[in-house]
Design a protein around this ligand. Structure first.
Ligand SMILES: NC(=O)c1ccc[n+]([C@@H]2O[C@H](COP(=O)([O-])OP(=O)(O)OC[C@H]3O[C@@H](n4cnc5c(N)ncnc54)[C@H](OP(=O)(O)O)[C@@H]3O)[C@@H](O)[C@H]2O)c1
Length: 305
């Protein structure tokens, strides 16, 4: 099958190339999905699962891209709950080959049926942004109605979903970003917008929850915004230090059927909007995923017809 592969850990996204790769096969409880759309997050190339299997053995060349939407093509021994030909969406295991390919093997428990009224491109943009935002706010920060949350990078993939989910749950939402992001972030439902290019964002009143998708100095400077008993959830990199008050936590998103179904339900009901930017075919995936030009929204790779 055709796939985007990586073999060089140091090269990052620049090491991605289109190649022939052994076709995915269904192990026990697996589904092989004929991929129609695939999503990729640059951070995954720094995560061990891209390069090593669960026993720590080199597994390169490996296929990145772990968001998948497509058709069930094959069922493994013992796989229940899904049928060949069914439309599905989900998040592939980090330590196995991913979805920037014509086929991907995924554990059935990590896939959910995809309703006919959500197209494959939209679907492939949901698992990482949706599950990461959900897990950050409701699993790691236990955000509740009446609390305040500051979401960095609020116009981006994870941030934009987090703003909408936090607003829906009844939190006071502050979104941050670049000046050009202001209208987008307020349009998503944030109560306030802070421009990270100005120094005074750090002197804002403390909040219950900070969701940091950027890291570096912005992550570090965010420590002082965490209220006593509050939490800084960071997804870009582990925190360099803990805040003086509250705590900081880093996590890597996990597949979760129940949470993904919640996300899909909100999209169908028009309560959650995702922004897709570039859509490119597999043969142009490397150029699209490494492009330096700014296109708002997530880049999705379409596969097949
Ligand atoms: N740990 C996990 O499980 C996990 C899961 C998903 C994603 N991630 C990681 O989290 C990060 C964010 O993912 P994403 O999909 O949300 O990315 P994204 O769509 O690129 O969103 C990031 C947002 O932050 C903004 N931003 C970045 N640096 C900024 C700065 N210095 N000042 C102001 N705004 C800035 C970006 O604006 P511009 O586009 O203008 O730069 C963009 O709006 C990535 O590093 C990704 O790999 C981790």
């Amino acid at each position: 099958m055709r796939a985007i592969i990586v073999s060089d850990r140091e090269a990052g996204a620049k090491g991605m190339r289109l190649a022939e790769h052994p076709r995915a096969h269904a192990a026990e409880n697996d589904v092989v999905v004929r991929v129609r759309a695939s999503g990729f997050t640059p951070g995954e190339l720094t995560w061990p699962g891209t390069w090593e299997d669960r026993s720590g053995k080199d597994r390169t060349p490996s296929v990145p891209g772990h968001e998948v939407a497509g058709y069930v093509d094959e069922l493994g021994y013992g796989t229940t709950g899904l049928t060949v030909g069914q439309r599905v969406v989900g998040l592939a295991d980090w330590a196995r080959d991913g979805s920037l390919a014509e086929y991907v093997a995924v554990e059935a428990r990590n896939l959910v049926p995809l309703p006919a009224d959500i197209d494959f491109v939209t679907a492939a943009s949901l698992p990482i942004s949706g599950l990461t935002a959900w897990q950050a706010l409701f699993v790691h920060a236990d955000l509740r109605a009446g609390q305040s949350v500051l979401v960095h990078g609020a116009a981006g993939g994870v941030g934009s979903v987090a703003v909408q989910l936090a607003r829906e749950v009844g939190a006071y939402v502050i979104g941050t970003g670049r000046p050009r992001d202001r209208d987008t972030v307020l349009g998503l439902g944030a109560h306030e917008f802070l421009d990270l290019g100005t120094a005074d964002w750090t002197s804002r009143e403390e909040v219950d929850v900070v969701l940091d998708v950027i890291g570096g100095q912005i992550g570090e400077a965010s420590n002082k915004l965490v209220r006593a008993g509050g939490v800084l959830v960071t997804i870009a990199e582990p925190p360099a230090r803990q805040p003086a008050q509250g705590r900081a936590v880093f996590f890597i998103v996990e597949p979760d059927r129940a949470q993904l179904l919640e996300i899909i339900q909100r999209v169908r009901a028009g309560r959650l909007h995702v922004s897709v930017g570039t859509v490119a075919p597999l043969e142009h995936a490397v150029a699209a995923l490494t492009s330096r030009s700014h296109v708002p929204g997530k880049t999705i790779i379409s596969v097949g017809d």
